[in-house]
Write a new protein. Structure first.
Length: 338
């Protein structure tokens, strides 16, 4: 290789490296004004939202698209979508005698239809369970036989807040209660209009048939520091705690501000709201604030959490930058409320 060729190769490599570096540096950070709101994530276990509610005709046999656009996968072929955003399933048996000797005609724990289920799933007394469980009644067979199952010895009563979006009996809740939409409640079927007591509604499990009776705020006001909200259209409205101004309800932001939403640390269960002032070259921020050009909102620079007013915290505004600002979420500015 001649010296001239070697010089050309080195120059070409340097050019490629320079272009790559320039592209990386110029690549925009996340669009913080459209940042995803994790509380609206429709994926729970194995169901998701469909972009086309009418696309069920082209779906695989085990996929059902509900009337509200929710797309369920791994669905039994004898279950279909109804007009209320849930599933309607046909029973597979009508008596215990219709099942083999080692099975019983009972309700499917996820979908609610009667099917021949193995007897070994159930217990007779506490001796069939571990020390941390209790043999609790969970169902009645098609022929009237009481069925019990080993469930955790939870302590939370109906109406108490619990963790998660459970598909079955939850360890935090007292035996016989489910944890759905962050509340413990007695089991219910979404197709039974009288399944729940006054002040509660049947919040569906991920399979949209069975669920739990949870406190509803549809016809009542929430306590101070909480707001009535649903995750999706048609869901049971529940009271959720929040911090910051009630700028989506009774305390709207000023004309030059937007009500932005994020999550308060360290938990994702509490919502956070704040009024952020819009800014650009023609509309600078007030003294002490800096305009974030990526999002177009003013922020308060900071180095430590103690530089921010409580309950805000100091966080990195963008992943590829070291600039930090006060806010209510771990990273980036809060997103618009959807």
């Amino acid at each position: 290789m001649t010296p001239r060729t070697l010089c050309l190769l080195i120059a070409f490599a340097a050019f490629v490296t320079a272009v790559g570096t320039a592209v990386w540096l110029a690549w925009p950070g996340p669009d913080l004004t459209a940042q995803a709101d994790l509380s609206d994530d429709p994926v729970h276990l194995n169901f998701e939202a469909s972009d086309d509610p009418d696309s069920d005709a082209s779906e695989p046999p085990d996929v059902v698209v509900l009337s509200n656009g929710i797309r369920l996968t791994n669905i039994p072929t004898h279950c279909r979508a109804d007009t209320r955003g849930s599933l309607l399933c046909e029973d597979r048996c009508d008596s215990d005698a219709a099942c083999p000797a080692d099975r019983v005609c009972a309700h499917h724990p996820d979908f609610g239809f009667r099917d021949c289920l193995p007897l070994h799933r159930y217990c007779d007394d506490a001796s069939d369970c571990t020390a941390s469980d209790v043999c609790h009644p969970v169902d009645t067979s098609a022929s009237g036989q009481a069925l019990r199952r080993c469930v955790p010895r939870g302590a939370l009563p109906a109406g108490a807040r619990c963790t998660g979006y459970a598909r079955g009996l939850e360890g935090e809740c007292a035996p016989g209660l489910l944890c759905v939409h962050e509340f413990c409640g007695p089991p219910c079927n979404v197709h039974d209009p009288d399944a729940c007591a006054s002040g509660t509604e049947c919040a569906p499990n991920p399979y949209r048939v069975l669920g739990a009776c949870v406190p509803s705020c549809r016809d009542r006001a929430c306590p101070q520091g909480e707001r009535c909200e649903t995750d999706y259209a048609g869901e049971v409205p529940i009271c959720r705690p929040f911090i910051g101004p009630a700028c989506l309800d009774a305390a709207p932001c000023a004309a030059n501000q937007d009500c932005l939403r994020g999550f308060a640390e360290p938990t994702l269960e509490t919502e956070a709201f704040e009024c952020r002032t819009r800014c650009d070259a023609k509309a600078p921020c007030a003294k002490g604030l800096t305009c974030d050009e990526t999002s177009g909102y003013c922020f308060q620079p900071c180095t430590l959490d103690t530089d921010c007013p409580t309950p805000e915290r100091c966080h990195v505004l963008h992943r590829r930058e070291s600039q930090r600002g006060c806010g209510f979420i771990a990273e980036g500015l809060p997103a618009f409320h959807r």
